[in-house]
Design a protein around this ligand. Sequence first.
Ligand code: PGA
Length: 237
Amino acid sequence: MAGLKIRRVLVAGNWKMYKGPAETRAFLATFEPPDGVEVVLCPPYVSLTAAVESGLSVFAQNVHWAQEGAFTGEVSAAMLVELGVQGALVGHSERRQYFGETDETVARRVVAALGAGLRVIACVGESEEEREAGQTELILRLQAEAVRDAVGEHERLVIAYEPVWAIGTGKTATAEQAQEAHAFVKSLLDRPVLYGGSVKPENAAELLGEPDVDGALVGGASLDPGSFAAICRAAVR
Ligand code: PGA
């Protein structure tokens, strides 16, 4: 992958709606990331500045598609750039499930973020019902192609495969399930693919040992500096 700006293994901590600025600074006071892996923090908007001060790579958890305008509650890519934020998550399943995010709005957000010079982690993944109905590849195809058709194999784009049934449930995809889904996504869109869904220090090495697992997107286990550092160490190659 010539020209790839992102080191091959990337571990991102998605804090969701946890940790204001004070808790962010407390986390950073004890968090010791290892060398040899790129670590990204995705705190809530209000904690972005506190996280940027640490010198680590910081991504927002979402980004709007317009440069500015009457969009109450939204934040633009240019505003994130101004804060020193390097990228954004887009299309997390919680955005899709609770906030009406669609493949179309995901694509618009990805276009705007990349256009502003940000990096993007675009999330895809099937629900439990979809997996049981044998629709995993169909859903991954729809979601990944929406992004591919909008921006192609952009060098600042990374995909996260997050099976919805594994997020926050303690149920992790097996390494084989993850590998199979990652290889499928890469057959549609040749970009690095992170695995997300109940990644913990105990299962990180096995998941990250698969050839097409290029890193991890970690929710719950990224909230504790010790467990997040242990996952980052498991990703060192
Ligand atoms: P989890 O969340 O690690 O708590 O399952 C992952 C995510 O939602 O990104």
